[in-house]
Design a protein around this ligand. Sequence first.
Ligand code: ADE
Length: 227
Amino acid sequence: MQLDVVTLFPQWFDWFSEQRHVANALAAGNELRALDLREHTPLSGGQVDDTPFGGGAGMVLRVDVMDHALRGFYGIDPVDLRRERRVIALTPGGRILDEALVNELAAEPAVTLLCGRYEGFDERIVQHFCSDAVSIGRYVLAGGELAAMVVCDAVLRKLPGALGHADSAAEESFSAALGGDPEYPHYTRPADYRGWNVPDVLLSGHHEEIRRWRRARSRERGATGGA
Ligand code: ADE
């Protein structure tokens, strides 16, 4: 899979790319590119934003700058780019990122994430260049970079080779194996700590009973909205 992030801060992604599961996913043949929005700006002094028409606080990313940037990176009109790959604007009001969306994106061969800054994007960027708008939650970050990392993290760990253990992503919170419920509680040694005991069933060695116990705890968490 090719994951591209268009950002004013490409260097932020150097650290991210070095993290174990990301590095594993990249070593397995996937690609994560941080593309500098300023690289192709047609404006002088590396300008990328402007004051909003109609007044108001903050600055807005310009549509002409994004047009030039996407043309520069992909060599085609961005209006056509979104028919070739998912082009996603990261914005607080977008579709909330959840497990279903992560799975959708992990199945794509190529995705481009656009990071806003300041007051966000000129709406024409979202309307004409993007296939989706995605939010990681109903709160406002200073920019889309951390949201892009959240999306990349959640997507890349789904890809073969990212996690050490082949089953780690199969039976985890919200997976089909758990009927979409959160994961069951885990315990490890010591079995008794300050009188807080691990449930007996987990020490019993009865695999079927353990499976049933875990499924029941998972369902309970799903019903109560617990972690
Ligand atoms: N950009 C700023 N805030 C954001 C959020 N909550 N989700 C996605 N992109 C954002």
